[in-house]
Design a protein around this ligand. Structure first.
Ligand code: GTP
Ligand code: MG
Length: 351
């Protein structure tokens, strides 16, 4: 009896905290550190006022603070350099930031997993084995370029055993545009001889009705993973559509980018914490300033570009093919390759 009351109490407190955090998020002052993790305001000398100033400058969490210079923090927060230095040191201490030894680093890389795309060409473009866990892979391109089809194919492939290019895991599909098609999943699953019902049951689909809802769904996914769901892939199709539709005025661009940045940040954190692959799709817009080449750029600009570990530009190619180009990858050449959208999903050749 006593124990259950205690439990209920904990749940109640948790709920109250969640509500408070949600309310804060709506004001745009929220902090995505939840569930007992250290916050920026836990640092001595950093109160809510300074935290708000930092956030306005794009520093949301301990990591952001830990990598600042004392002079920059002193400027931003209006505190002396000695206080700033202490705060940064405290943040570094709490983050255990410093050097990971080679063994630790290798171990962390060891459990990185890969999900095959169905096309050897596309896998090679991405470094050999497809889409990577602990990373954010973005595909941007015009309508019909294959962004959603790649997402659907990955949602099936992640369920395969490791030796067949999967991770024995489930997929989450966040659908912002109502483009998820169970029938299409069936086709792809049957194309590889899998049980379509089983495959469909391993894809958790949520329709996100607006950007706030889309953001809140991250908490839900984190909860599912903590509850033991073997989720290995999270697909956001589309990452930017709601943001783009909701923040239309010129004066709203900064707000949009701020919110999008925070969202991307929590996506990356989810990928890193739970060893999950994140695949997002993104639209293009005409870039009238560009005179040569393909006059399209991705929505979300630098903010999305910086967050993406792998960024691919998809477009239609010759004879019904699709062309994927890797953009600004830190460790891979900016190559181009060809693939096809087929009945059975993404393939190297037309069927
Ligand atoms: P938007 O979401 O509109 O921006 O486009 P997208 O890039 O997500 O396009 P999507 O991935 O939905 O690609 C649509 C294309 O996939 C179609 O034009 C077809 O070429 C192809 N496609 C879709 N379903 C099938 C299918 O069952 N068989 C074949 N062969 N191709 C298909
Ligand atoms: Mg689409």
């Amino acid at each position: 009896m006593f124990q259950s009351l205690f439990l209920i109490n904990i749940i109640f407190i948790k709920r109250a905290n969640q509500k408070r955090d949600m309310a804060k998020d709506e004001e745009g002052n929220g902090d995505e550190e939840k569930g007992g993790e250290a916050k920026i305001t836990d640092i001595p000398g950093i109160g809510p006022g300074i935290a708000a100033k930092l956030e306005a400058a794009g520093v949301y969490d301990l990591m952001g603070l830990a990598v600042m210079s004392p002079a920059a923090l002193s400027d931003l927060a209006g505190v002396g350099e000695a206080v700033a230095r202490k705060a940064i040191q405290a943040a570094r201490g709490m983050m255990k930031l410093g050097f990971m030894d080679g063994m630790e680093f290798a171990k962390k890389r060891e459990d990185v997993g890969f999900i095959g795309t169905g096309s050897t060409n596309l896998n090679n473009l991405l470094g050999g084995k497809g889409v990577e866990t602990r990373s954010l892979t973005e595909a941007y391109g015009a309508f019909g370029s294959g962004k959603t089809q790649l997402g659907l194919t990955l949602a099936v492939n992640v369920q395969l055993p490791v030796e067949q290019g999967g991770l024995n895991g489930k997929a989450v599909f966040i659908d912002t545009e109502g483009t998820f098609r169970p029938q299409r999943i069936r086709q792809i699953a049957e194309g590889m001889g899998a049980n379509a019902d089983k495959v469909l049951r391993n894809i958790l689909v949520a329709r996100a009705f607006n950007s706030d809802h889309q953001i809140l769904l991250i908490d839900k996914i984190n909860e599912l993973i903590k509850d033991g769901e073997p989720i290995k892939l999270v697909i956001i199709d589309s990452l930017t559509a709601h943001f783009r539709a909701e923040f239309t005025g010129r004066g709203e661009l900064a707000d949009r980018q701020h919110k999008l940045n925070k969202y991307l940040h929590s996506l990356m954190k989810m990928g890193e914490q739970h060893n999950v692959a994140i695949y997002v799709t993104n639209q293009v817009m005409a870039n009238p300033a560009m005179m040569f080449g393909d006059p399209t750029t991705a929505v979300g600009g630098n903010i999305v570009a910086h967050a993406s570990t792998y960024r691919m530009y998809l477009r239609r190619g010759k004879q019904g093919s699709r062309v994927a180009k890797l953009i600004d990858s830190p460790n891979l050449p900016d190559n181009e390759t060809v693939f096809f959208l087929t009945e059975k999903g993404i393939k190297d050749e037309e069927e």
